[in-house]
Structures are given as structure tokens and as C-alpha cells.
Design a protein around this ligand. Structure first.
Ligand code: PHE
Length: 342
């Protein structure tokens, strides 16, 4: 290679050389500047240059030398003025400040599980508003005007407009879906409901329900039983028993309360089940033909079942939680016990 080309190549190498540590600074010095380095070696070549080119060569080689020495000096000063972590007494072995990670609320954990179980059975999820009108919360559901069942629900009404209320149950979603969609329908909804009740270990004015219904030709009470039977086994375990007790709701006929065998005493009788061996988790029944008529569904052609269950109740039974207020107090000692569950 021509000696002038060698100068150019070395210039480029010097410019691109990365000096990030004291060790690489020394390597740089040895490679380019030191007595046996490549720049002094190039200067040795002076004697082999044609006399008319010597001046130009000398100038070029000097430029390269200055470039390399300048770079060396600049980096050397930098390292002298910048203390290393050891010199600055930074203790790199100190632990980091732990990152506080939250976890899902127990109601969310159980809700997610419920969603999973019903979706696997082919139910889709629906939603409805928490602020409802009388039609969707009561009249559409076959609550007659002035019927005592309306009082049963301790409704929060809007003072200025008693037609507007906070929904007392998720059955309002039934009316929303039935009056906008056509059978067959297989859907469920999870959401907040409101009732004017004093807050205690066993009651709250805000809680959650899961509502589900299935409407098609020839849907029977056996389908209702099988659906809930499957749900209960998936949710609480295969050994859990289920029982239906006759009941009354304006929007179902016949109606039944859903009980499961007490998970605490396994049916022997304890405080939680009031010695009966059974605990209630919700209501259910065959949808009343009047409700179909209110929503424009042919009650001659279609039948359907519906059920509504309490999310808090299910969560309390699943995790043996004794006080409803724990769900809203946000005491981390309670919430942390659900770490790792989703
Ligand atoms: N909506 C009823 C309640 O809140 C529960 C229910 C839902 C009963 C669907 C029957 C069918 O008590």
C-alpha cells in the first residue's frame, strides 16, 4: 500500500477508535503512539520517500500524530476527572427498592372464573346500565304497579324523577337484551346492583350479581338445572351438591331458589349454613310468558330459563370470607391474601 494511503487509513482508524475505559486508552496508546506503535513506524519510512515528496509526507504524518495525541490527551483528562463507581463510593451491591406489585381483587378473581365457565358453555357476555328506568328494572319484568315485590327491593330512586333508579338487580339486562335481539339467545351479565340497605357483615347497599338466561324453542327446567349444576361443580368442586327450592319472582314461573351444600361443614351443619347444611347462592326460574310479551318475543314459540346469583356470596363461600365489608374496605392485609390468583 502506498505510504500516503497508509496515512489515510490510520487517520480513519484513530478517528473511529472507541475509548470507553482506561484499559482501552492504554491499548490505543500502544497501538498508535508508543515507540513501537504504528505512527512512529510510519515516520520511520521517511527515508524511503522520494525527496520531492518528503515535505508533503512529513506534514501528513505530523497531522496524524497530532490527531492521535490529541485524542489520547482528551480521553486521559476525561478519565482523570470522572470518578469510577468504586472511587465515588457507590455501592453497586445494595438491593434495589422493591417494586410493589398489586393483585386482583377477590371479586375480580371469582368474576373472571364465572365468565370463563359460562363462556365455555356457549354463553356470550352482555351489559346494561347501572342507572335504569322503571320499565327495565320492574314493569318489563312483570312487576305489577304497586306490587309489594317492588318494596322488597329497597330501591334508590331519583327524587326529581321516580321513573329513574339505580338498578336493584341485573335482571334489567334481560329486558335490554330481549327487546333488542332475537332468539335463540344464550347470554349472561355481571355487574353492580344497588339496594337501600344498612351496611353490615351480611348486607351492603352496593353489591354484584351474575344474571344469565337462555331462550330458544323447547328450553326446559331440566336445561336450567343442568346448566347450574355444571356451574356449581366447576366453581366449587365436583363434590358440591345443588338443590332447588320453590320460590317466587314476578318474572319467572315456576321459580326456584338455588342452594348448594355448605362448603364449610360439607353439609353436616355449622354457623355459616345455620345448621341446615345448605346455603343459598341465587334465584332462578322459567321466564314468565308476560316478560316475553313485554319484549316482543313470541311466547307461544319460545321458552327460556333465567338465573341471578350474588357475586359476593359466591366469593365468600369460595374463600370462606365472613364479613361483606372486607370487599370495600381495601385493607391490604385482606387483599394480599389473594396474591397470585387471577
Ligand atoms: N333478580 C333476582 C334477584 O335479584 C334473581 C333472579 C334472576 C331470579 C333471574 C330469577 C331469575 O333476587
Amino acid at each position: 500500500m502506498n505510504l500516503f494511503d497508509q496515512i489515510n487509513q490510520l487517520t480513519e482508524e484513530v478517528q473511529n477508535y472507541n475509548i470507553e475505559t482506561k484499559d482501552s486508552l492504554e491499548a490505543f496508546r500502544l497501538d498508535f503512539i508508543a515507540k513501537k506503535g504504528r505512527i512512529p513506524a510510519l515516520m520511520e519510512e521517511m527515508k524511503n520517500i522520494e525527496p520531492q515528496d518528503r515535505k508533503a509526507f512529513g506534514m501528513e504524518v505530523n497531522k496524524l500524530k497530532q490527531l492521535a495525541e490529541g485524542k489520547f490527551k482528551e480521553r486521559q483528562e476525561y478519565f482523570e476527572n470522572t470518578p469510577t463507581s468504586v472511587e465515588a463510593k457507590i455501592d453497586l451491591t445494595l438491593p434495589v427498592i422493591p417494586y410493589e406489585q398489586g393483585n386482583a381483587h377477590p371479586l375480580t378473581i371469582v368474576k373472571n372464573r364465572i365468565v370463563q365457565i359460562f363462556e365455555r358453555m356457549g354463553f356470550s357476555q352482555s351489559e346494561g346500565p347501572e342507572i335504569e328506568d322503571d320499565f327495565h328494572n320492574f314493569t318489563g319484568l312483570n312487576f305489577p304497579e304497586n306490587h309489594p315485590a317492588r318494596e322488597m327491593q329497597d330501591t334508590f330512586f331519583l327524587e326529581k324523577n321516580p321513573d329513574i333508579a339505580l338498578r336493584t338487580h341485573t335482571s334489567s339486562v334481560q329486558i335490554r337484551v330481549m327487546s333488542t335481539q332475537k332468539p335463540p339467545m344464550r347470554t349472561f351479565s355481571v355487574g353492580r346492583v344497588f339496594r337501600n340497605e344498612a351496611i353490615s357483615a351480611r348486607a351492603h347497599c352496593i353489591f354484584h350479581q351474575i344474571e344469565g338466561f337462555f331462550i330458544d324453542e323447547n328450553v326446559s327446567f331440566a336445561d336450567l338445572k343442568q346448566t347450574l349444576y355444571h356451574f356449581v361443580k366447576e366453581m366449587f368442586g365436583a363434590e358440591t351438591k345443588i338443590r332447588f327450592r320453590p320460590s317466587y319472582f314476578p318474572f319467572t314461573e315456576p321459580s326456584a331458589e338455588i342452594d348448594i351444600s355448605c362448603l364449610i361443614c360439607k353439609g353436616k351443619g355449622c354457623n355459616v349454613c345455620k345448621q341446615s347444611g345448605w346455603v343459598e347462592i341465587g334465584g332462578s326460574g322459567m321466564i314468565d310468558p308476560n316478560v316475553f310479551d313485554n319484549c316482543g318475543i313470541d311466547s307461544q314459540k319460545y321458552t327460556g330459563f333465567a338465573f341471578g346469583m350474588g357475586l359476593e356470596r359466591i366469593t365468600m363461600l369460595k374463600y370462606q370470607i365472613k364479613d361483606l365489608r372486607l370487599f370495600t374496605e381495601n385493607d391490604v392485609r385482606f387483599l394480599r391474601q389473594f396474591e397470585g390468583l387471577v
